[in-house]
Design a protein around this ligand. Structure first.
Ligand code: THU
Length: 153
């Protein structure tokens, strides 16, 4: 579930959507022709961007959201307030399943903003990682094992 927030989006989040749309223009997507940009707002206010990078060997392609996360982590940043995703297409695009699981790693309360090709001037949906991934798998160490001595063989 997500809310339509186009009108009531705050300045910082609106700027984040615009940053995602700008990053989208650098997409390397000759196979799908579908450009996606992402912008990640860190708790300290810094913004990290990413775009989708496709490959002739299709399965090696990387989504915009994960590119942004990996750039931030490479810079030593792990705490995020929000991520904006801006993709080609009239309607907002939601992160794929793989990207959702990567977002889970960095916080269920992270805000997720989704926009279409018109960016901040078009429809924008808002949700959270928690809402995108109900019953998320987080840490295997939190699971009580019936046979704690039985390890991998
Ligand atoms: N894509 C993203 O970058 N993020 C998503 O959440 C959905 C899909 C990219 C992957 C591929 O390069 C293109 O969009 C078409 O699937």
């Amino acid at each position: 579930m997500s809310d339509q927030v186009s009108e009531k989006l705050t300045g910082e989040f609106r700027t984040l959507v615009s940053s995602a749309c700008k990053a989208r223009l650098n997409s390397h997507s000759p196979y799908s022709g579908f450009r996606v940009g992402a912008a990640l707002l860190a708790v300290d206010g810094r913004v990290f961007v990413g775009t989708n990078v496709e490959n002739a060997s299709f399965s090696l392609s990387n989504c915009a959201e994960r590119t942004a996360i990996f750039a931030a982590v490479t810079a030593g940043v792990h705490d995020f307030q929000a991520i904006a995703v801006c993709a080609d297409g009239v309607n907002p695009t939601a992160p794929c399943g793989a990207c959702r699981q990567v977002l889970v790693e960095f916080g269920l309360d992270m805000v997720v903003l989704m926009a279409g090709q018109d960016g901040a001037d078009g429809p924008i949906s808002q949700t959270t990682v928690r809402q995108l991934v109900p019953d998320a798998f987080t840490d295997f160490r939190s699971h009580v094992r019936r046979d704690p001595e039985g390890g991998p063989r």
